[in-house]
Design a binder for this molecule. Sequence first.
Ligand code: ATP
Ligand code: MG
Length: 276
Amino acid sequence: MFPDTSPSVLSLRSATLAFDDRMLWKGLNLELKAGEFLAVLGPNGTGKTSLLKTILGQQSLTSGTIELLGGPVARGSRNIGYIPQQKLLDDGTPLRARDLVALGINGHQWGLPLSTRALRERVDSILDSVGATAFANVPVATLSGGEQQRVRVGQAIAGNPRILLCDEPLLSLDLNHQRAVSELIDSKRRELNTAVVFVTHDVNPILSMVDRVLYLAGGMFRIGTPDEVMRSEVLSYMYDTPVEVIRSRGRIIVVGAPDGYGAHDHDLHHVGEGHH
Ligand SMILES: Nc1ncnc2c1ncn2[C@@H]1O[C@H](COP(=O)(O)OP(=O)(O)OP(=O)(O)O)[C@@H](O)[C@H]1O
Ligand SMILES: [Mg+2]
């Protein structure tokens, strides 16, 4: 369990979000501590991105309260690093990877600007950590989806935020870069005690890092450790249909969820064959 003594970064109390008569989540109580890694799971349209927008101050709650670092949420907070859900960057942008990372470092800084050289060194080190050195100087619009995604990760961590909001950051990354990016996010949170909210459709690449899971489904939610939440009884109840959660070789496989959520062909194959 995560130490209770860590300071609270984010606090939601009886938080409810509904659009018209459509309830996304209701009565959400969540206290996120500095350095804590929260995975947010659930099928399409259950309000995962909307939760991040609420934390970003871009979406107000229908009822309940939210506090960030003990105060109200506000747009443009420099305490927040944000990796938006992937949308291809506008083709017209002339910005290069190094420009985006530099924006992440000094885009909202009030203090003395870093010297040109110090800034360049930090940009270079971040580009290197996301494996973007080779394409640092070409317009990002010309990069592949996965390359753009890595640059976005670099931009989000560049400002050393207190909380990092990641909306499906592993999407379109190959396995090597999935590992590299999740390890980078994890080492950043350990180094700076950053709280992480990580929306994903597959918990496996980050399973070893996750402290707690918030699972949204069927207008309900469950919060707890992966062992508490990723259970057949819990998910069957939320989906209102029999769902089986299988543990195999340190991976979690969800079988039978509507939409095939959580079940991946290669996982089923993996189970069926029993070895690889
Ligand atoms: N501003 C808004 N006004 C009305 N409906 C909205 C608004 N924002 C989101 N919604 C609706 O709320 C639902 C949840 O959207 P959200 O983007 O949070 O889902 P999600 O869990 O991130 O899904 P996905 O896995 O597809 O990314 C969707 O049905 C969406 O259409
Ligand atoms: Mg989303």
